[in-house]
Write a protein that binds this ligand. Structure first.
Ligand code: SAH
Length: 242
């Protein structure tokens, strides 16, 4: 017997319960464009366009969004015509996401509180997992699980934060301490991921790398654009080898 509350979290070893509690506490802010998730709101159109361009368009396709949070990206893809399933381990984020989609009258997006390991559906044409891998104990295992749920030739789009002095200065010192853009403790330096590490894990899971792009975001001017420098926040596009 355990005296832990039955949150479902103990069903998967690859979930950091402290991270999920932290995301539960701020989940009310998911859809506030000036709140704790402001940077994600600001970069959301850019990353949705990137996914659109790299996959040849998500319209009419089965898409899985792993670690969907309040549904910012999942909704953006549903609006572009995709049939989206969003999964996340934060029960509060899932409630917020469901409520928002309902209010928006979007019926092409569904949400479930579930770790990817327990998802029985597979053969997705596109899987996205953005800004989530740096919050789990074993990101390589998440990638393997995503690869298993892709159809041959299917697309995997990942994004995370690089691990170096510049990303520490910008994404942790700058965003959490100086500008107070996002809550302190959001990112743990040791869990940030180098592009070479991500590419290596994906290669081992049978995924071929096609593209990598940095996201240059200026929180003061609120401008964002894709760049060739992957030194801080970056996106990567893979396909599952047939
Ligand atoms: N992908 C979204 C949210 C990023 S925030 C976006 O970019 O807009 C990171 C999210 O990952 C949080 O909602 C958190 O609850 C979720 N998360 C953390 N660990 C997880 C896990 N093991 N499985 C599923 N979701 C997880």
């Amino acid at each position: 017997m355990t005296d832990k509350p039955d949150t479902g979290l103990q069903t998967s070893a690859n979930v950091d319960a402290d991270e999920i509690s932290r995301f539960d506490r701020v989940a009310d802010h998911w859809w506030d464009p000036e709140g704790d998730f402001r940077p994600l709101h600001d970069i959301n159109p850019l990353r949705a366009d990137y996914i659109e361009q790299r996959t040849g368009g998500v319209a009419g396709r089965r898409v899985l969004d792993v670690g969907c949070g309040g549904g910012l990206l999942a909704e953006a893809m549903a609006v572009r015509g995709a049939d989206v399933l969003g999964i996340d381990m934060s029960a509060v984020a899932i409630q917020v996401a469901q409520g928002h989609a309902q209010q928006a009258g979007l019926d092409s997006v569904r949400y479930r509180q579930l770790p990817v390991e327990e998802l029985e559906e597979d053969q997705f044409e596109v899987i996205t997992c953005l800004e989530m891998l740096e919050h789990v104990p074993d990101p390589e295992a998440i990638i393997q699980q995503c690869a298993q749920r892709l159809q041959p030739g299917g697309h995997l789009i990942l994004s995370t934060i690089n691990r170096n002095l510049l990303s520490y200065t910008t994404a942790i010192l700058g965003a959490e301490y100086l500008l107070r853009l996002i809550p302190r403790g959001t990112h743990d330096y040791g869990k940030l991921i180098r592009p070479s590490e991500l590419a290596d894990w994906c290669r081992k899971a049978g995924l071929a790398l096609h593209d990598q792009r940095g996201i240059a975001y200026n929180p003061l001017l609120r401008t964002q654009r894709l760049t060739d420098s992957v030194s801080v926040n970056y996106l990567m596009h893979f396909t599952l080898e047939a």
